[in-house]
Design a protein around this ligand. Structure first.
Ligand code: UDP
Length: 383
């Protein structure tokens, strides 16, 4: 494997970010801001940052809306892969991305998180011997059955620069022989913090402006509803599991607001799962509205990775509807309870969840992670 110290390309900073799914747009936004800041400082070598959007998520409210709200530059390329089986989606991504990555000298391919777009970008960069950086490296749920876990492990092992959101994530990498003095591949892994914290802080004021109108529109009162999100394959691919979660949620004591992910919407209608009036389903909302709705929820129930962390940052108790989490720090400090899908444990977790101020905890950095990442990409390039 090529190491970042051995790069022989001429100096220059051509970076390509590969994204495709909603949480990746959120992670990309602060990186774009940090690059813009670097370029505005009239640096000798500006960063030529190009964005490839694979088209994994393509509905306006899952993609375009986030680009608009977070002022992310329009993608340079849209591969428009759409949804299909894992195999054909990955194949299409790689096939359509290959000529783009081959056309120019690229100094970094940057992949984000744990989706199929992460996997496709990582595999292709490795095949084409382009240095690869992974943002949100080292997270582990230790459940190899999850597509996300498979994607993140492959991306981590193929990367030269691994940017971990927490000390525990960095330690996971060390345990797998990545980074550190004894890594024969000379990969560099660093705890830099969580870019999603940057994203949240950068948009909080705008989100607050949306709060009153959004709650009014939905006829909800602050701290008098639960917020629910569900989209992970382990829940949506299992009708019994999905129906059990929803049945339990429908028995809670307050209205439940449920912005429905397109995949979940499809499964709900195919599986004929009935929802009573306790659950208010709405289409996915923009990032600003989501932050506003998270902040004003009494408690959040979710199987999302990103939403677990946002609940923690906002001081809203979280109940995770999965058997494990790749964000163990949120559990250790009492912000998050991993309830699984058993009705009694969900009800108990909801009852027991208490509000607290976890905002002083800096386990995921200080909100300046993107700047740190850009610095690391520049430094590593200079070797
Ligand atoms: N999100 C959003 N609108 C919604 C639901 C979620 O903007 O209707 C945001 C949420 O605030 C977080 C991100 O999407 O920043 C999480 O993405 P998702 O839950 O789809 O994926 P995961 O984090 O599980 O990979």
């Amino acid at each position: 494997m090529h190491s970042i110290e051995n790069q022989t390309e001429p100096l220059g900073h051509t970076w390509v970010s590969v994204v495709g799914a909603r949480p990746q747009f959120v992670k990309l936004a602060p990186i774009c801001r940090a690059i813009e800041k670097h370029n505005a400082q009239l640096s000798e070598i500006p960063i030529d940052h190009r964005i490839i959007h694979t088209g994994q998520h393509y509905d306006r409210d899952m993609a375009e809306l986030l680009f608009e709200q977070m002022a992310i530059p329009m993608p340079d390329y849209n591969l428009a892969v759409g949804s299909s089986s894992h195999g054909s989606q990955l194949a299409r991504m790689m096939q359509r991305m290959e000529p783009i990555l081959k056309a120019d000298r690229i100094n970094w391919v940057i992949v984000y998180g744990d989706t199929n777009s992460t996997l496709a970008g990582a595999l292709l960069a490795a095949r084409l011997k382009i240095p690869l950086a992974h943002i949100e490296a080292g997270c582990r749920s230790f459940d190899l059955g999850q597509p996300e876990e498979q994607n993140r492990i492959v991306a981590d092992h193929l990367s030269q620069l691994l940017l971990a959101p927490s000390t525990a994530a960095n330690e996971n990498l060390r345990r797998e022989g990545i980074g550190g003095e004894n890594d024969p591949q000379k990969r560099v892994s660093l705890m830099v913090g969580d870019v999603m914290y940057d994203a949240l802080l950068q948009h909080l004021t705008l989100a607050e402006k949306r709060t009153e109108p959004k709650l009014k529109e939905l006829k909800l009162k602050s701290k008098e509803y639960y917020l629910l999100t569900l989209h992970r394959a382990e829940n949506t691919n299992n009708r019994r599991r999905l129906a059990a979660i929803l049945k339990t949620v429908m028995s809670l004591d307050l209205p439940v607001l449920f912005p429905v992910h397109p995949r979940t919407k499809q499964v709900l209608s195919l599986a004929g799962i009935y929802l009573n009036s306790k659950i208010r389903t709405i289409p996915p909302v923009g990032f600003l509205e989501m932050i506003a709705l998270e902040k004003n929820a009494l408690k959040i129930l979710t199987d999302s990775g990103g939403v677990q962390k946002e609940a923690f940052y906002l001081g809203v108790p979280c109940i995770t509807l999965r058997d494990q989490t790749e964000w163990p720090e949120t559990v250790t400090c009492g912000a998050n309870q991993v309830a699984g899908t058993d009705p009694d444990s969900i009800r108990e977790a909801v009852r027991g969840a208490r509000h607290s101020d976890w905002s002083k905890l800096t386990v995921y950095g200080d909100g300046n992670t993107a700047v740190r990442i850009v610095d690391q990409l520049l430094v590593a390039r200079a070797h």
